[in-house]
Design a protein around this ligand. Sequence first.
Ligand code: NAP
Length: 250
Amino acid sequence: MKLLEGRIAIVTGAASARGLGKATAQLFAEHGARVAILDLDGAAAAVAAADLGTGHIGLACDVTDRAACDGALQSVQDDLGPVDILVNNAGITQPLKIMDIAPENYEAVLDVNLRGTLYMSQAVIPQMRARGRGSIVNISSVSAQRGGGIFGGPHYSAAKAGILGLTKAMARELAPAGVRCNAVCPGFIATDITAGKLTEEMKAAILDGIPMGRAGEASDVAGCCLFLASDLSAYVTGSEVDVNGGSLIH
Ligand code: NAP
């Protein structure tokens, strides 16, 4: 059964070949959605969109730039039609200790993760509201819930915890308009976000803390995003869904 037939979806930060956004875009496309991949590098976004098959688009968009988010939304509407689904996936992380966080580290990590989630949501909300439907999925992290301890520093935990608060407040405000908003909290997933800075020792220590005994796959997160984007989750809003192999059991 195709769960997103006829739907239009935006996935931010989805040009990264092994990333969560690309896997999510791929699964959405397999389920009948037409997908717009937004990323910093427009050419890479276009290549990623072509990988999904025909009828998808890739656009340059820095999610920390409100005008760029509005411009990208306009292009998606013009090319594909009104947007039903937004996955706020773009994110960066840095493995810093509390006293090593410089202003530029704070700004970079808070801006892409939290400001970007706000700005891209603000871009799509008016037309979702006008149509009385929509699903927004925000990618947070287990680091928000357990105070890091995986790779990202305290500023990353704070940004991802901010996303949880934003998600719940948006869910409350947008529910009467028929727009749902949920967060996904991935645990340790093997992607390129750690940019070669994850040592074998760090990896072994992380795996030790995962009851399922393995790192997550990007497809594990994509499946959860599909559930939240589709009508299977029609009565789910304001939730945070864990995809962490048991590494945090509440
Ligand atoms: P990834 O492979 O590094 O992909 C992230 C993508 O976001 C990259 O293509 C990156 O582009 C793009 N990006 C960075 N800044 C951007 C901006 N300002 N505007 C638009 N796009 C931007 O990372 P990932 O592991 O798939 O992570 C995806 C999301 O999951 C992130 O929000 C991350 O925090 C979250 N997450 C990941 C894990 C994990 O274990 N992997 C766990 C929990 C949560 P560049 O490559 O050009 O910078």
